[in-house]
Ligand binder design. Structure first.
Ligand SMILES: Cc1ncc(COP(=O)(O)O)c(C=O)c1O
Length: 382
C-alpha cells in the first residue's frame, strides 16, 4: 500500500462510514494495525512468551523511529509515552546538584510537559512560561527574553496541539545553545505528518508517540537524544531495560547503557510495539514528504474555504508556520463537535477551537464535506 487519498482509503475501514479528520487525537485504524495485534495474540497463544521475537520487535520499532527522525538507532529510546521520555530527560538534569535550575516552557506545551516541568520545582527548579503574542504565535524573541545562563532546558513543542502553530525550533535552539541550555521538542503533533530531521531541527531531544499520525495505538513512544550528549546524561528515572546488560540481572549498581537505551525503562510495551511498527510501515510506504505535501494541499483548500465562510482560523495560513492541524474558533466548540458527529464528521476540540486534522488518507472530498457542514452551522463559528 502506498500513495495518498483514494489510493490508501481502503486500508482504513472507518473512512467507509465517516469523514475522519481527527488524526491530532488518534489516527484511523488500519487493517494492517489490526492484523499486527492479531499476530501478537496468535504468537502468545501458540508459543507463550516469545521473548526473543519481542526484543526483535522492540529493536524494529527503535530502527523505524530512527529512520523517521533521520537519526542513528543508538540515539533513540523506545518509551511508553512522551511523559516517560520527558521525565527521563529532566531526571538526568542536575537541577538540585548545583546545576542550572531554570526550565523554560512555551505556553503551547502539552499538559504532561508543563506538569513534569513544574514537578521539578520540588528539586529546586524555576519554571518560566513563554506566552504567545496577540496573533497567537510565539516568536523566537519571546524565548530569547526567557532563556538565560541559569536555563537548563527549553521546551518548545514543534506544533501546538491547541492552535496548530509551528514553532521555529531551529531559531529557538540557536538562542538556547548560545546560552548553554538544552532544547526539547515534543513532536507528537508532527511525527508522521511533517519531516522531522534531527540533523537540522536544532533540538537536543525529540519525543513523540504512535497514537496520532504514526497510525499506531496508545502505549508506545520514542525519545531521540543527541548522541554527543548521551555520556553526560544519567537518568535517575530508569529501569532494567536501560541497563548496559539486561541479561546480567544485576542489582549491585547503576550502570546504564552507553546508547539512548539508557532512557528505556521496563519491559517494552510489546502489543503496542506490534501495532506501532505496523502503523509506521504504512507511513513509510507513502513517505513523510508525500504525506506532508498532500495534507498541506488539503489544508490550503480548507483554510480558503473557511475564509469564504468568514470563519476565524486560529492557525497561521502560511504553510511554513503550521503543520497538519487547523484550528477554527467556535462560539461553542463542544456543541459544534457533537453536531458534526451527528453527520459522522469526526473532529475534536481544545479550548474554544474546533480542531481539524487531516492525514494522507483524507481527500479534497472530505474537506468539502466538512466545509459544507460548517456552512450550515455558521452560528457556531466566530
Ligand atoms: C503534543 C503532545 N504531547 C504529548 C501527548 C501525549 O503524551 P503521553 O504520550 O505522555 O500521553 C499528546 C497527546 O496525547 C500531544 O498531543
Amino acid at each position: 500500500m502506498s500513495g495518498v487519498g483514494e489510493a490508501v482509503r481502503g486500508e482504513f475501514p472507518i473512512l467507509a462510514s465517516a469523514t475522519y479528520l481527527n488524526a491530532c487525537s488518534q489516527g484511523a485504524l488500519s487493517h494492517r494495525v489490526r492484523a499486527a495485534y492479531e499476530e501478537y495474540l496468535d504468537g502468545w497463544d501458540e508459543n507463550g512468551a516469545e521473548w526473543e521475537h519481542w526484543v526483535e520487535r522492540a529493536e524494529a520499532a527503535r530502527a523505524g523511529f530512527a529512520r523517521l527522525l533521520h537519526a542513528a538507532t543508538d540515539e533513540v529510546a523506545v518509551t511508553t509515552s512522551v511523559s516517560q521520555g520527558v521525565s527521563g530527560i529532566v531526571s538526568a538534569l542536575p537541577l538540585e546538584r548545583g546545576g542550572r535550575t531554570r526550565i523554560v516552557i512555551s505556553e503551547y506545551e502539552f499538559p504532561t510537559v508543563g506538569q513534569i516541568a513544574h514537578a521539578q520545582e520540588l528539586r529546586g527548579a524555576e519554571v518560566v512560561h513563554v506566552r504567545p503574542d496577540a496573533d497567537g504565535s510565539i516568536p523566537v524573541e519571546r524565548f530569547a527574553d526567557a532563556i538565560d545562563e541559569r536555563t537548563a532546558l527549553v521546551c518548545c513543542t514543534t506544533i501546538s496541539y491547541r492552535t496548530g502553530h509551528r514553532h521555529d525550533v531551529a531559531g529557538i535552539a540557536e538562542v538556547a545553545h548560545a546560552r548553554g541550555a538544552l532544547v526539547l521538542a515534543d513532536s507528537y503533533q508532527a511525527a508522521g505528518a511533517i519531516e522531522l530531521d534531527t540533523r537540522t531541527l536544532g533540538a537536543d531531544f525529540v519525543t513523540g508517540g504512535t497514537v496520532k499520525y504514526l497510525l499506531g495505538s496508545a502505549g508506545l513512544g520514542f525519545l531521540w537524544v543527541r548522541g554527543s550528549l548521551l555520556a553526560e546524561l544519567l537518568p535517575t528515572q530508569t529501569g532494567w531495560f536501560a541497563d548496559e546488560d539486561i541479561f546480567r540481572m544485576d542489582i549491585s549498581d547503576y550502570s546504564p547503557h552507553a546508547t539512548a537505551r539508557r532512557f528505556d525503562a521496563g519491559t517494552p510495551p510489546v502489543p503496542n510495539i506490534y501495532a506501532g511498527v505496523a502503523g509506521l510501515s504504512l507511513v513509510e510506504e507513502t513517505g513523510v514528504p508525500a504525506i506532508e505535501d498532500h495534507v498541506r494541499g488539503l489544508n490550503t483548500r480548507l483554510i480558503e474555504g473557511l475564509a469564504d465562510l468568514g470563519a476565524t482560523v486560529v492557525t497561521p495560513s502560511d504553510p511554513d508556520r503550521r503543520g497538519p492541524l487547523v484550528c477554527v474558533r467556535s462560539t461553542d466548540a463542544p456543541a459544534l463537535v457533537a453536531s458534526l458527529a451527528e453527520e459522522r464528521i469526526i473532529c475534536s476540540l481544545r479550548d474554544t477551537n474546533l480542531r481539524i486534522a487531516a492525514h494522507f488518507y483524507n481527500t479534497a472530498g472530505d474537506v468539502d464535506i466538512l466545509l459544507d457542514a460548517l456552512s450550515r452551522r455558521r452560528a457556531l463559528l466566530v
